[in-house]
Design a protein around this ligand. Structure first.
Ligand code: HEC
Ligand code: HEC
Ligand code: HEC
Ligand code: HEC
Ligand code: HEC
Length: 336
């Protein structure tokens, strides 16, 4: 691990944040005088201790220090900065580091996005994403790709938005990608799969897909494992395995093809760029189609869902990258 991460589990800080959250809520509206008094609603018990514990154990309580101490980076790596739309460290009135805390999503900009349901990302304007709009505001590649970019920029580690919407990646010319998927048409997008209600009925704050039945079961009846059997043999190894295994297979094939193209060299994303080295470990310049393949490989690998965010688009992106690089289709594969 390159960057030091800390988990500041300080109860007083969490309670302080929660008090900010409740203070930030608008007062309940008085009913109009002539209307009958509203019936008391069925109380939905939210176990706030359990909810806060889930957050503490989630990735959102971690801080990547390097990013939390840099201008620009704090806009997503500090919950308070995100909520107030601040980009400079000096603007932050704090002497401690704050992660993606309650304020990030329930006050300021986070709350506005939660209500608006629409957000712009580097690769698309006005994405309709319901309550998940706030997730896309941080979980995106940070910039749109350009095959001629001489810096050989990398997608930011949070490449989910470009994959999910099918607008990310460096495309092959003359190929019609299937951007729309049943998965990116789900109401509330990210939230529908990553915050499925716990038994008591309130939204889970682990941010993990921890209830496959609730997240996928309406459409894939009886599903028990997210690595659902693939509809075809996308990587051409003669076996239609789990879908995530097919995508892992395509990622390996593409990595091997890139290495072959640069005579046994390799590539690595870091510090905002993709660095290519030859077999002897020296940095080298590469042709556009090698950069294209490495960019798309990085995009899909960093997304973390192994293609589930947009199954057919991801298969197409990897298969077409292979074709652009080698001049032929993935051998024996079902080409999408
Ligand atoms: C648009 C929002 C955004 C901005 C701006 C941003 N990041 Fe990130 N970054 C993220 C998100 C979201 C993740 C988590 C990705 C994941 O885990 O899937 C992340 C992850 C990372 C990681 C990987 C951390 C890990 O745990 O593996 C590093 C390193 C990082 N960012 C550094 C930076 C630096 C340095 C800057 C400024 C130059 C920056 N980020 C600016 C959103 C952003
Ligand atoms: C204010 C920016 C921000 C928002 C809004 C945000 N995230 Fe994150 N998220 C991050 C950062 C930063 C990390 C990585 C933390 C670290 O390692 O430093 C992260 C990590 C995660 C992880 C863990 C990833 C891993 O590799 O373990 C998941 C899952 C996640 N976010 C999902 C979501 C979902 C779902 C939403 C919307 C409900 C959301 N995020 C909203 C910034 C954000
Ligand atoms: C159709 C359901 C679904 C939707 C919608 C969805 N995800 Fe996911 N996501 C998954 C699954 C399934 C995984 C992989 C989990 C696994 O393999 O255990 C995943 C993985 C991830 C990861 C990596 C987690 C890790 O531990 O490394 C992040 C981060 C993430 N999603 C964020 C998002 C964001 C942000 C959105 C909205 C743009 C989103 N997801 C939309 C189902 C979904
Ligand atoms: C990454 C974004 C994010 C973070 C961080 C976050 N929440 Fe939430 N929270 C949500 C979303 C999205 C919902 C669902 C909102 C909806 O459906 O209207 C939600 C719902 C809730 C609810 C209502 C639950 C229900 O189902 O009625 C409470 C209470 C809550 N959050 C408290 C907190 C507290 C306390 C923290 C900090 C420990 C926190 N949240 C951190 C995104 C977040
Ligand atoms: C709103 C309904 C819906 C939800 C919810 C949903 N899916 Fe899907 N999913 C579909 C449809 C329809 C297809 C086939 C469409 C296509 O191939 O483009 C599909 C395709 C897939 C595929 C690709 C299979 C292949 O090889 O073509 C996988 C894997 C998958 N879903 C897994 C999941 C998982 C895991 C979840 C929950 C985290 C989930 N889905 C949630 C409707 C849904």
């Amino acid at each position: 691990m390159l960057h030091k991460k800390v988990k500041p589990v300080i109860l007083s800080l969490i309670l302080f944040l929660f008090s900010l959250l409740t203070v930030g809520c608008p007062p309940a509206q008085e009913p109009a005088p002539q209307e009958p008094a509203p019936q008391p609603q069925e109380a939905q018990e939210i176990d706030i201790t359990e909810l806060v514990t889930q957050w503490v154990e989630s990735g959102h309580s971690s801080i990547t220090l390097y990013a939390a101490e840099r201008d620009g980076c704090v806009a997503c790596h500090d919950g308070g900065a995100f909520a107030q739309q601040l980009t400079e460290v000096a603007q932050l009135e704090r002497d401690f580091h704050v992660a993606t805390d309650c304020r990030a999503c329930h006050t300021g900009r986070g709350n506005e996005l939660l209500q608006a349901g629409t957000v712009s990302i580097p690769t698309q304007e006005n994405v309709e994403a319901g309550t998940g709009a706030q997730c896309l505001a941080c979980h995106n590649e940070r910039r749109a790709p350009d095959i001629n970019d001489e810096r050989r920029a990398a997608p930011h580690p949070s490449s989910q938005a470009g994959v999910f919407t099918g607008t990310g990646g460096i495309r092959a010319a003359n190929f019609d990608y299937q951007e729309e998927s049943p998965h990116n048409q789900i109401d509330n997008s990210c939230v529908s799969c990553h915050m499925t209600p716990v038994d008591a009925g309130w939204a889970s704050h682990t941010f993990a897909v921890d209830n496959t039945e609730a997240a996928c079961g309406d459409c894939h009846r009886g599903i028990t494992d997210v690595n659902l059997a693939a509809g075809a043999d996308y990587d051409g190894d003669g076996d239609a395995k789990g879908f995530q295994d097919e995508v892992a297979g395509l990622l390996s094939l593409l990595e091997e093809a890139i290495s072959k193209e640069i005579n046994g060299g390799s590539f690595e994303a870091g510090g905002g760029v993709i660095k290519f080295t030859n077999g002897a470990g020296n940095e080298i310049q590469v042709p556009n189609e090698v950069y294209q393949a490495a960019y798309n490989h990085t995009l899909v690998a960093q997304d973390g869902s192994l293609g589930l965010h947009n199954p057919i688009f991801v298969v197409q992106l990897l298969q077409q990258s292979y074709r652009e690089l080698t001049g032929k289709d993935v051998p024996d594969a079902d080409i999408q």
